[in-house]
Design a protein around this ligand. Structure first.
Ligand SMILES: Nc1nc2c(c(=O)[nH]1)N[C@H]1C(S)=C(S)[C@@H](COP(=O)(O)OP(=O)(O)OC[C@H]3O[C@@H](n4cnc5c(=O)[nH]c(N)nc54)[C@H](O)[C@@H]3O)O[C@H]1N2
Ligand SMILES: Nc1nc2c(c(=O)[nH]1)N[C@H]1C(S)=C(S)[C@@H](COP(=O)(O)OP(=O)(O)OC[C@H]3O[C@@H](n4cnc5c(=O)[nH]c(N)nc54)[C@H](O)[C@@H]3O)O[C@H]1N2
Ligand SMILES: [Mo]
Length: 772
């Protein structure tokens, strides 16, 4: 087994953005180029043998789950390695032979590292041993694991209440680790379990729980293939869920029509070349979208309200042809109210809010009216708006009216981000888990879980800012960079007595720290995990509720790196002592024992150890999908109505969305190119409609500061500034701009969150551009 390189120097990462070039944006995604890119990247950081060995195990039945995204495999599809460019990048990032050692930390003060961009930090390689930054010291020093656990235990004991501690989770954590983490936190006595989902699909969960009684999507991959119409709203699958494209291509081959709803003409929605098929290699690619609805940011709620009205009118012309009366009568509540309100929708308002023309609205309505099997897919373009929850509710209303839930080929498809973000929730990572789960937990272990709701991500930042939370621990992720209002968040983290980061790679959250700070290096998905009883495996849940095993096989970056499970168990033993009702030592020894506990506690997970070992794993129950049962307050699926909202653009201003380039995984930057959008060698760019540029007297390539404007809770006008961006004339609706996350997170106001879900509004920030 090849060992990892221990460099005595830093890894070069070209972070000079002065070589920025902009070319034509790409119309198609994937193709041979993508495969070449992925192999090259693997070769550079993993070496040839390791690259072939690793990519061959990706998403295989006996391999590991891709840490790239939560898109599922097809049934039986896990026999063949299916990989995509961005999955390979995610793997290479973790499986890299580069390492960050104690010598690295000795060479650099924290202040020096702070001056490095995120890209440089992640390029240094895998973390190899626990490090501590003590109060007053200028750099991280090695610490033993036992001393690290002791330090955390001391700080936790010093708190007046367990509610002064916050435990964040990012969505890569396995089901086993997530289950133990929430158990540890609830044994401590708090529900402060914010997670990345709070910034991601929280709005989907919130809307769907009210409407259909479960916060998860109602379709499988097979449903997509069977559907005759797929709407893709607010999602860029070519970059963020590339494997979804091959399913879309299959659906298209079966005759499905696809409607892309997006302010930007994203590559992949327009054309896709399948690298595993010959015609993808030589041909022009298959045009994916039959209709491209280039709507204004935040126009989706109005769009679906308008479509609802047109569908009701189509039903008037041919009663029963559009509204599924039987489904509505048997399975839903609130239709009359919905119908009355939707008939009143003003189509002029819809056209203004969306910026599309009446002909296109009619065309889309006609496609929906004649469809027998409709799926609607969505991601961050819908969830990160102030009116995200009502928007997703409106989409649900339209599908309910048409009886498109709980039948083959139709349904709701929120496409999740992190590879196990959905599983973490199932396992109890939520600041407000339902009573049934908590009671099961208490019964199984003889503990008393707290019932008072805990802090979500935004709540946690406020609590740390105000001195109400003093210990911050993160199971993965990069809290400092991923959260909104960077300046405020960084000050909040610095306000803590202790910050603890369980991580695989160096990131900014290690450098924005409390009075004392710990870095605890953990194994990743690709690493082999050996405990006292032998080799361990973990399990994950994908975007469509399929649960399956994942087995890493690579040699870990050092002997000192621990699994997340081991870290939690050892910490719990230090905090609670050996005499505790939870068998932490046993859990650590054999992960099957954790799965037995999961089977007893988590609804739908009975007989977990056996079911998860089936070749393709097993699917968690989903009452609406399985049997058209809706566990809501009314016992039916609810039509819910909210006043139609959209995003107005103030005079002389723009509304900015923050999004991902083709060369990053959230805050981990792989490189400075966004090939599909034609940007090379730089990330500090802002995409603006050419007419807007002209009206501001700016031209393509000019340097600007982006200044966001908002009113705070006291009604005062506030500003935030992100400096020195190049403007790029781009196809985006007039009044709308786009720039990359996390560079623009300083512009997102902390208190600017979605109604009901409290998700930061990362897709609609009012800005002005100032010449730099
Ligand atoms: N390679 C790679 N894969 C990833 C990630 C990654 O960073 N890199 N991140 C993972 C994670 S955690 C997540 S959550 C997903 C994110 O997956 P996406 O949601 O695809 O990610 P974003 O880049 O935020 O893209 C948002 C899309 O919505 C569009 N949009 C923005 N506002 C609106 C709007 O108001 N209406 C409509 N209709 N469209 C809008 C944007 O133009 C863009 O196409 O991807 C996951 N997969
Ligand atoms: N402005 C703006 N902000 C956003 C978004 C946006 O669209 N716009 N998107 C939001 C969304 S959708 C999300 S999901 C969040 C993402 O927020 P996070 O999940 O917090 O961020 P990531 O960048 O995915 O975290 C990367 C870090 O996780 C660690 N890591 C990776 N794998 C593992 C592992 O297996 N174990 C452990 N312990 N650590 C690991 C590495 O150290 C790496 O540096 O950001 C949100 N923030
Ligand atoms: Mo996400």
């Amino acid at each position: 087994m090849p060992t990892r390189r221990h460099p005595d120097r830093d890894i070069d990462a070209d972070v000079d953005e002065r070589n920025l070039t902009v070319t034509q944006r790409k119309h198609e995604a994937a193709g041979v180029k993508a495969v070449m890119v992925s192999l090259k990247r693997g070769l550079e950081s993993m070496g040839l043998l390791r690259t072939t060995a690793t990519l061959a195990k990706l998403n295989q039945r006996h391999g590991f789950d891709c840490p790239g995204c939560a898109w599922p495999e097809e049934h039986g599809g896990r026999k063949l390695a299916e990989f995509c460019e961005n999955g390979a990048k995610a793997v290479a990032e973790e499986a890299t032979k580069r390492v960050v050692t104690r010598e690295f930390f000795a060479r650099h003060t924290v202040a020096e590292l702070q001056a490095q961009p995120e890209y440089w930090l992640s390029q240094q390689g895998r973390l190899t041993e626990p490090m501590v930054l003590r109060a007053g010291d200028d750099r991280y020093r090695p610490i033993t694991w036992d001393d690290a656990y002791g330090l955390i235990a001391d700080e936790l004991r010093a708190l007046d209440s367990p509610n002064e501690a916050v435990f964040y989770t990012s969505g890569r954590t396995s089901n086993e680790a997530a289950f133990l983490y929430q158990l540890f936190v609830r044994c401590l006595g708090t529900n402060n379990l914010p997670d990345c989902s709070n910034m991601c699909h929280e709005s989907s969960g919130t809307a769907l729980i009210d409407s259909i009684g479960i916060g998860k999507g109602s379709v499988t991959v097979e449903d997509l293939i069977l559907s005759d119409l797929i709407l893709i709203a607010g999602q860029n699958p070519g970059t963020n869920h590339p494997r979804m494209l091959s399913i879309l291509e299959k659906a298209k081959a079966n005759g499905a029509k696809i409607i892309a709803i997006n302010p930007l003409p994203e590559a992949g929605l327009i054309r896709f070349k399948d690298p595993q098929k010959v015609h993808g290699v030589v041909g022009d690619g298959v045009p994916i979208a039959d209709e491209f609805v280039q709507l204004r940011l935040g126009g989706d709620m109005a769009l679906f309200a308008g479509l609802g009205k047109l569908l009701l009118e189509a039903d008037d012309r041919d009663p029963g042809s559009v509204v599924d009366r039987e489904f509505v009568a048997d399975h839903t509540a609130g239709f009359d109210d919905y119908e009355r309100r939707t008939r009143d929708v003003d189509l002029e308002t819809v056209l203004e809010a969306t910026g599309i023309d009446r002909e296109q609205l009619d065309r889309v309505a006609a496609m929906m009216a004649s469809s027998q099997r409709t799926v609607v897919c969505w991601a961050m373009g819908l969830t990160q708006h102030k009116h995200a929850v009502p928007t997703i509710t409106e989409i649900t209303n339209v599908l309910l009216m048409r009886g498109m839930i709980g039948k083959p080929g139709a349904g709701l498809c929120p496409v999740r981000g992190h590879s196990n973000v959905q599983g973490d929730r199932t396992m109890g990572i939520w600041e407000k888990m339902p009573e049934r789960f908590l009671k099961n937990l208490d019964d199984r272990f003889g503990i008393h879980s707290p019932r008072e709701h805990g802090l979500d991500t935004v709540g946690a930042i406020r609590a740390m800012r105000d001195g109400n939370a003093k210990v911050f621990m993160a199971m993965g992720g990069n809290f400092a960079s991923a959260t909104p209002d960077t300046e405020v968040t960084e000050a909040a983290l610095r306000n803590c007595a202790l910050t603890v980061q369980v991580s695989t790679k160096l990131n900014r959250s290690h450098l924005v720290h409390g009075r004392t700070a710990l870095i605890l290096p953990s194994l990743g998905r690709t690493d082999r995990d050996i405990q006292a009883s032998g080799k361990q495996m973990v399990s994950v849940e994908d975007s469509m509720s399929m649960v399956h095993l994942s087995r890493g096989s690579l040699h870990p970056p050092s002997e000192q790196v621990r699994s997340e499970v081991a870290i939690i168990c050892q910490l719990a033993r230090t905090v609670f002592g050996a005499d505790h009702p939870v068998p932490w030592a046993t859990f650590n020894t054999d992960y099957d024992t954790i799965r037995d506990a999961i089977a007893a506690v988590v609804p739908g997970c009975g007989d977990y150890n056996r079911k998860v070992r089936a070749p393709d794993g097993f699917q968690l129950p989903h009452p609406p999908r399985d049997s058209r049962e809706f566990h809501t307050a009314t016992g039916k699926a609810n039509f819910m109505t909210y006043p139609v909202e959209w995003v107005a653009v103030p005079e002389g201003r723009l509304v900015l969305q923050t999004l991902r380039s083709h060369d990053q995984y959230n805050t981990t930057i792989y490189g400075l190119d966004d090939r599909y959008r034609g940007v090379r060698g730089g990330r500090r760019v802002v995409f603006v409609n050419p007419a807007d540029l002209e009206s501001f007297g700016l031209s393509d390539g000019d340097r600007v500061d982006i200044v966001s404007e908002f009113t705070d809770a006291e009604g005062h006008l506030q500003e935030r500034r992100a400096k020195d961006f190049a403007v790029i004339a781009y196809s985006t609706p007039s009044g709308n701009a786009a720039a990359y996350y996390p560079e623009t997170n300083p512009l997102v106001p902390l208190d600017h969150t979605a109604t009901k879900s409290n998700t930061p509004v990362s897709k609609a920030i009012v800005i002005r551009l100032e010449r730099a």
